[in-house]
Design a binder for this molecule. Sequence first.
Ligand code: PGA
Ligand code: ZN
Length: 437
Amino acid sequence: MAYIVDLQASWILDSRGLPTVNCIAVLDQNGKKISAKASVPSGASTGTYEALEMRDGDKDFHGKGVQKAINNINTIILEKVLNKEFTSALDVDNLILSLDTSGNKSQLGANAILAVSMAVHRAFAKMAGLELWQYLRRLYFSTLPATPRFPRLMCNVLNGGKHADNGISIQEFMIVPNSGNILKDVQIASEIYHSLKKILHASGKSTALGDEGGFASSFNDSTDGKNNENYFQDSSKIPTERVLDYLMDAIVQSGYSQINCELALDAAANEFFVPEKNIYIVDNQEFNQTTLTELYKKLVDNYPLISIEDGFSEDDILGWQVMTEMLGKKTHLIGDDLFVTNPERFEKVGLQNKIANGVLIKLNQIGSVSETCTMINKAKDHQYITVVSHRSGETTDDFMSDLAFAAQSEFIKLGAPARGERVAKYNRLLEIYHSLR
Ligand code: PGA
Ligand code: ZN
């Protein structure tokens, strides 16, 4: 049991240099005060059905200010929880969730609610003398086996779509190390990332970084000149395949093969879906539900591609059905914008239509820690795998690493092994690993 004696919200900058909500929660247990802080991420390719991220929309920060969300914490939420006694962070979550009856957190803001929820979970963990992952395990995942299991890494080393200005339709090209050891997996990710940089550089391509720390090189031009021939025999390849070839080269040049490192894509297909025509435009070519699934199948057949996220748009149930039918047995098909970490939507859209076989887990899509954990458990109950994920706009908060480990999530998606806000997540996994030895 502990009392909440203060909540202090303020804005800090995220990795895109935009404001986001930071919250400090202070607990009191028998006169002993414990405080903990948390900050929330922000997406660029957000799904329509996500909980509302409250932005001020006035002249400050080009409309991206978060003062309203901050005020909601410092006044409305604080007033309701101040000097109240709670048995757990889940109790606090339940009370705060009852204050917003909108259904999409548009009254208080998902960014406000989540910042408090994360900070309070950290504070309760600290009060119990536990690591955050231990506290989350105890509160939400107590039926999981006691043996620690680290998630496999999905590392976005080449950025396209909304996260880069390079004309590539697919949003994320990821390497997925497969050594069975988290320490070695992080090493593999780092080595391949640096090999890729060298290869891109040697091909005359830019090694500027996209939002998630992966390279944002252009593949619509022929800057790779004569080197091009070394990499591509088949000039008919569309940029998506050319990028995958670069990734394969980087794997090999690092001394690995597809045994040690596989690949994954996040198509983020909402962004290249043309609803008026019911078509998808990938790398300047038009696709329908069948032909796009065939493109994915070709990629799965030709590359060690184990996972495709948001291969179809969030409302295209037919597309998802065609893809699930053709690829669902051999490939992880992950719903991000499709499910938005929402257990009800997962039930209504996923289970009823029998589409996808995995759920992307983003804390700020649903807007509280407890609901996120409900989603993870529901996915597990129905044999869907989970991928705990960062957002393209991040802070150095590493809550998601504890969550992925606590929940024994099959995967964690955390960007490139570069830039402070991404590296924070990798390093927290390493810290947990070392703390267990
Ligand atoms: P976002 O992208 O954070 O910009 O939404 C990440 C993703 O689509 O998985
Ligand atoms: Zn996604």
